[in-house]
Design a binder for this molecule. Structure first.
Ligand SMILES: Cc1cc2nc3c(=O)[nH]c(=O)nc-3n(C[C@H](O)[C@H](O)[C@H](O)COP(=O)(O)OP(=O)(O)OC[C@H]3O[C@@H](n4cnc5c(N)ncnc54)[C@H](O)[C@@H]3O)c2cc1C
Length: 474
């Protein structure tokens, strides 16, 4: 005899889709006579319970909340194929959701199906030839598995709680981008369920068009279900150099020197409120296993800093340094109207100086402001749109509104839009993980001369236009 919970679960299982009436038909509704097109049998489950829909209408930003009508918890890749194919046949919107770390509803699918990729999260194989991993795994799992074989992904995002699939859909940036490019530049092969429900293996040599489309493709062309990623040999220790500068231009000058000579394995920077004004922190890391580097040699030739602090910690602890903080913040559900921009080198200093002249600590809510450069030629994936400049800076204002206040969020969204327009005017683009209210023409500008190709790829791989609708590109 099934117990009460099992009976409830069986009753809630979706068995059909009624395109003209209630939408998804549960077993319990079917038992009372509701009819519809039969939904394919699944290894996992398609659910419509209130808690699942509310979670899928939620993300780190706490600003956009658009409910799907169902959530797929796939039990197999074949479940993703069946549901995407079914959705394509009936024109139902679908969005894959990694960990929901977007901040403006990018992984939501109003009235459609959200694929909760957390149920497909196995790290399959680790070797010097790379790691084979399901897209729902997080970088914590991938990094731990790789380190067990003394290997590591070449580029880590600052926070390892992101999913592999979500990161590959946006790009994936971190301190090692200065050396190895974005996370998407370290991918060898993908398995993708296209928007018309085909499971396709793709790489730089096989089905290249799809490979290029989905990496940084913002979920538009397919659902990534599995990836093979580069690994490199791992060091045991991170030696971290914090150089504080009183002015922006000294810090960015130091970053440019360090970027050009590659002295750091990790290069980032922050704009920090000192209590009376902004100060500027270069953050560099040297990874090593045997003896520590000569500190004087590491900082030689950089503009003199007002303060230099050097610390050392185990390599994994360094990569995972912000995990505990995010775990504490996320349940508090503070709104996070983030602004993430790519700026051409030539415009960076004056853009940031003008922006900071109007910015107060209240505008960030204590959230960090990141600012660091990378070399454009290390970026190899065509869907990631960055300024046409040999050196590009990322500016991330990770605003937090605590306690939640709708009026403040509205004001900051207006500020984001204005900062974005000014960035575009000097040749900047957005890193599309943040909260910038969109206007018609934004995406044409974002992709520039590649926009025609973007449209062609959409027609080819997602002809019904069902995937990741909330990116608002088409
Ligand atoms: C605390 C925090 C720290 C962060 N740090 C960094 C950082 O250091 N570097 C960085 O680059 N980004 C960072 N981000 C942003 C993050 O990369 C993006 O939010 C990205 O979306 C990945 O997160 P996710 O796995 O939760 O994806 P989601 O937010 O769930 O999804 C993002 C987009 O990808 C699509 N998608 C998700 N999974 C798949 C899939 N399997 N196939 C196809 N499309 C898919 C979704 O539909 C959506 O459009 C951070 C975010 C937070 C909240």
């Amino acid at each position: 005899m099934p117990n009460r919970r099992q009976v409830l679960t069986l009753g809630a299982a979706i068995v059909a889709f009624d395109a003209l009436g209630v939408g998804w038909v549960t077993q319990a509704q079917a038992d009372t006579g509701a009819k519809g097109l039969p939904v394919p049998r699944l290894d996992g489950e398609l659910v419509t319970d209130v808690a699942a829909l509310a979670e899928a209408a939620d993300d780190y930003g706490q600003i956009a909340h658009r409910r799907p009508r169902a959530v797929l918890r796939p039990g197999s890749v074949s479940d993703v194929v069946k549901v995407v194919r079914f959705a394509a046949e009936h024109g139902i919107p679908v969005a894959a959701r990694g960990q929901g770390h977007s901040t403006f509803g990018q992984a939501q699918a109003p009235g459609g199906v959200v694929i909760d990729s957390r149920t497909l999260a196995t790290v399959h194989r680790v070797s010097a030839r790379g790691v084979v991993v399901d897209a729902g795994a997080t970088w914590v799992e991938v990094t731990k598995a790789a380190l067990a074989a003394r290997l590591t992904p070449p580029v880590a995002t600052d926070y390892l709680g992101l999913s592999v699939g979500g990161t590959l859909s946006v790009g994936g940036i971190g301190g090692a981008t200065s050396r190895h490019g974005l996370v998407v530049d370290t991918v060898r092969e993908l398995e993708v369920v296209t928007g018309d429900g085909r499971l396709v293996r793709c790489s730089p040599t096989v089905e290249r068009e799809l490979f290029d489309a989905v990496l940084g493709g913002l979920g538009q062309y397919g659902v990534i279900v599995r990836a093979t990623l580069d690994l490199v040999s791992a060091s045991t220790t991170a030696r971290i150099y914090h150089l504080t500068y009183p002015d922006l231009r000294s810090m960015t000058a130091a970053q440019r020197i360090a970027l050009a000579d590659g002295r750091f394995d990790y290069l980032e920077g922050q704009v920090v409120w000192s209590g009376t004004g902004w100060s500027y922190l270069l953050e560099g890391g040297v990874y090593h296993s045997a003896s520590a580097p000569d500190d004087r040699a590491v900082v030689r030739g950089l503009p003199a800093a007002a303060k230099t602090e050097i610390t050392a910690m185990p390599y994994f602890d360094w990569l995972n340094r912000v995990y505990a903080v995010v775990e504490q913040l996320r349940p508090l559900k503070f709104p996070n109207p983030w602004l993430n921009l790519f700026l051409p080198d030539r415009a960076t200093d004056s853009y940031i100086e003008k922006l900071l002249a109007t910015l107060t600590p209240a505008d960030t809510g204590g959230g960090p402001i990141l600012l660091y450069p990378f070399t454009r030629r290390r970026l190899t994936r065509p869907m990631v749109s960055v300024p046409d400049s040999p050196v590009v800076f990322i500016l991330s204002i990770l605003r937090m509104v605590a306690p939640p206040d709708e009026a403040v969020v509205r004001k900051l969204l207006v500020d984001n839009r204005s900062a974005y327009d000014k960035a575009v005017a000097v040749g900047g683009t957005q890193y599309p993980i943040g909260s910038i209210p969109s206007r018609p023409g934004d995406w044409q500008r974002h992709y520039g001369s590649a926009y025609g190709r973007v449209r062609r790829l959409k027609n080819r791989f997602d002809p019904r236009g069902i995937l990741a609708p909330e990116q608002g590109i088409f």
